[in-house]
Design a protein around this ligand. Structure first.
Ligand code: PLP
Length: 321
């Protein structure tokens, strides 16, 4: 009893959160997924990384920090790598599981590419393939300020300091008190504050939030919403990709040649993101990646919405297109 840290008793009440279970309790818990990539690159000591043109530029942060050469590669109409190069034994290839819809190609890539790193930032519910190096980014799917999971096929671990998220929750709390639009400025500040941070372990606050999520409900909603949108929009969708059903995807990707659809939706308060603005700078106008970044309309299908919301969104969209 003498050595027991003194546990405070009494005083004010803490925020009451549901005490459930994390979705990936067994994985390494980190502050961001770009730092999960850095973690992997430190463990594996790769001499080069092959990197898709079509992804988020913050993933370059660890490459610059570690001074690892990178080479861009293209994707085909199925959003799969165009493998017209060899990945050497000390090199690796990063692949993004786009919108959570590319599970089927992961095993194939894992079998053909020796050193594959799977970016499941857009595929939270895609369970990691055994022995694959795979990372996740929690705030792309849930209202948390930060947080990432990492699976790696080595036993080595880095010793890390703990992160703290208290200064990054403004948008989460404001959106409840004032509404989603009033929290937007804080959201963008939070995104900026996540830049160039050291690799740290996930904060206790983010972990507590992640334990309070009803993951089964989140999955069901996403699957139903996605199915509805696909039924309604598959005939106008120019994406030459068979969209798998029954997958709790991140968003419904709708490719249209018509310009200006995204901004018209935003005017109607249907907030669709651009994945990814940096791709417009990295690629020339005649490339598939450029077209995706410019024209892909990513419709929300997440757990905040039901089929009535989907129907409303489709009606607004059909008037625009
Ligand atoms: C596909 C993809 N991977 C990784 C990241 C980086 O995630 P994080 O912000 O958790 O580092 C992003 C964007 O932020 C992304 O869009």
């Amino acid at each position: 009893m003498e050595n027991r840290a003194v546990k405070p008793i009494g005083g004010y009440f803490q925020l009451a959160l549901v005490q459930g279970k994390e979705y990936y309790p067994e994985l390494i818990k980190l502050n961001t997924s770009r730092n999960a990539l850095e973690y992997l690159l430190i463990l594996k000591d790769y001499t080069r990384i092959y990197f898709p043109y079509y992804t988020c530029e913050v993933l370059l942060e660890p490459l610059r920090r570690l001074n690892i050469p990178y080479q861009f590669y293209k994707i085909n109409k199925q959003l799969e790598p165009v493998l017209d190069f060899e990945v050497g034994p000390t090199e690796c290839l990063l692949y993004t599981n786009y919108f959570g819809l590319k599970d089927a190609v992961l095993k194939q890539l894992q079998a053909t590419i020796g050193n594959l790193i799977i970016d499941n930032a857009q595929a939270f519910f895609s369970k990691p393939i055994p022995y694959s190096d795979t990372f996740y980014s929690c705030r792309k799917f849930f209202g948390v300020p930060d947080g990432a999971y990492l699976q790696t096929n080595t036993e080595d671990r880095l010793i890390l300091e703990k992160d703290y998220s208290t200064e990054r929750v403004g948008h989460l709390t404001k959106s409840i008190d004032y509404g989603i639009e009033q929290g937007y400025a804080d959201f963008t500040t939070n995104e900026l504050n996540l830049k160039d941070n050291d690799i740290k372990s996930m904060s206790l606050f983010t972990r507590a939030l992640l334990r309070g999520i009803n993951y089964r409900e989140c999955k069901t909603r996403r699957i139903e919403n996605f199915k509805f949108l696909n039924e309604q929009l598959m005939l106008v969708n120019e994406l030459e990709l068979i969209l798998p059903e029954g997958v709790p995807a991140m968003t419904y990707p709708l490719l249209l040649s018509k310009k200006g659809v995204k901004s018209k939706l935003i005017e109607k308060k249907i907030f669709v993101p651009t994945y990814w603005p940096n791709v417009l700078k990295w690629t020339s106008q005649n490339t598939f990646e450029h077209k995706l970044a410019a024209n892909l309309v990513c419709l929300p299908v997440d757990q905040r919405y039901d089929l009535q919301d989907m129907e409303y969104m489709v009606n607004v969209l059909k008037k625009i297109i």
